[in-house]
Design a protein around this ligand. Structure first.
Ligand code: UD1
Ligand code: UDP
Length: 362
């Protein structure tokens, strides 16, 4: 069995890391194809180094651009690599343009596709991620659904039962594998002058939030309200998309401390010690649920309804008063919710499924 792992962005590197570790442990024949969607050191290389991941065999260096341009460049590059390598199976993860390009290039070459973190519907088709995951699911032969709820939704959409495997989400594996290591980065608290439970952590990077001047500005006003009310530091590691938009729109957040995007271990330290997290990130909604840290999601919908049901997360949207109100609600909740995303063994499960499907053919 020869496997091609296709990735290109920060969350894909993190969520693929447990699978890559398992492949290495078992000495499987695999290679990594990086689209080059993320290329800045602190969105890309730092994660390979910190997670001890092997080098990539191909990097397409597609860089940034409009959706069509970026996805088109990826399709061309990925097809060329797949024609050369002809793996038995291509693995993609999540819902980025890299995910879509990888799945589409492979299925057109009649190569089997496995989609890690399949399903996840927000039912908001204005999100590029919603289109990417819908299409990636339809290109895939193996749908690795994180939860039982995901499986039911896929069945409801007409996906046949034999294509769906409930594995848990590899975000849990990555978290469990790295939490102890993160203790080595605890100095970040001291360096930023923060006390455990004495600060809020924020991440905002979604296109629908930061590319809209009004909406981004209202969210930042919300943070200012929160800062005024609680008097706690608000730490915001700024994603480059958000940084660019802030500059373009001339937005100057008040009551918010902006820092560069963090490496994974340092981010985990802050995330696990924060009094509360405000975010529009998918992975952060999951991680806060697992870590039992209250989360306020700065969006009107989520593809992680499990977190709402568990009680770890609440949707605030983008209006300042609503953001403040939802922070107050979440601060009053007991942090005793269950983790719906699995037992941290998703990587092993996915590997075993691949072995059972592809080794028998050899
Ligand atoms: C992408 C994914 C999003 C995911 C996010 C993870 C899509 C459609 N979006 O969004 O689902 O949540 O990654 O972080 O695939 N930039 C840099 N350095 C980089 C990469 C980007 O400076 O290494 C800047 C560029 O100005 C670029 C902008 O960030 O135009 C956006 O990058 P892009 O990859 O298009 O989308 P993300 O917002 O990162
Ligand atoms: N993350 C990180 N450093 C940061 C912000 C986030 O390492 O400064 C990690 C976080 O722990 C999570 C992942 O990046 O695992 C989430 O990625 P992102 O929010 O970019 O994408 P999404 O999950 O929304 O697709």
């Amino acid at each position: 069995m020869k496997i091609s792992i296709i990735l290109g962005t920060r969350p894909e590197i993190i969520k693929f890391s447990p699978i890559i570790r398992e492949f290495e442990r078992l000495g499987l024949d695999f290679f990594i194809l990086h689209s080059g969607q993320h290329y800045s050191y602190n969105l890309d290389r730092v994660f390979f180094e910190q997670l001890g991941l092997p080098g990539v065999r191909y990097n397409l260096d597609v860089g940034s651009g409009s959706h069509g341009l970026q996805t088109g460049k990826m399709l061309i590059g990925i097809e060329a690599v797949l024609k050369r390598e002809f793996p038995d199976v291509v693995l993609v993860q999540g819902d980025t343009n890299t995910t879509l390009a990888g799945a589409l290039a492979a299925v057109k070459l009649h190569i089997q596709v496995g989609h890690v973190e399949a399903e996840l519907r927000s039912y908001d088709r204005s999100m590029p991620e919603e289109i990417n995951r819908l299409l990636a699911d339809h290109c895939s032969d193996l749908l690795f659904a994180p939860t039982e709820k995901s499986r039911r939704i896929l069945l409801g959409e007409g996906f046949s039962e034999d294509r769906i495997f409930v594995t848990g989400n590899t975000v849990v594996d990555a978290l469990y594998q790295n939490l102890k290591l993160a203790e080595g980065r605890k100095d970040i608290l001291k360096n930023l002058g923060l006390k455990e439970q004495g600060f809020f952590l924020v991440t905002i990077h979604r296109q629908e939030n930061v590319d809209d001047k009004n909406r981004f500005s209202r969210i930042l006003d919300g943070l200012e309200l929160v800062s005024g009310k609680f008097g706690l530091p608000i730490i915001y590691p700024v994603h480059p998309r958000a940084e660019r938009r802030m500059r373009e729109f001339g937005l100057k957040p008040k009551g918010v401390r902006m820092i560069k995007p963090l490496d994974y271990l340092s981010f985990l330290v802050l995330e696990s010690r924060a009094r509360l997290v405000l975010t529009d990130s998918g992975g952060v909604q999951e991680e806060t649920c697992i870590l039992r840290v209250p989360c306020v999601t700065l969006r009107y919908s989520t593809e992680r309804p499990e977190t709402l049901e568990a009680g770890s997360n609440i949707l605030a949207g983008a209006e300042p008063e609503a953001i403040l109100e939802k922070v107050e609600i979440m601060l009053s909740r007991k942090r005793d919710w269950p983790n719906p995303f699995g037992d941290g063994k998703a990587g092993g499960r996915i590997t075993r499924i691949l072995l059972s499907k592809f080794e028998e053919r050899d």
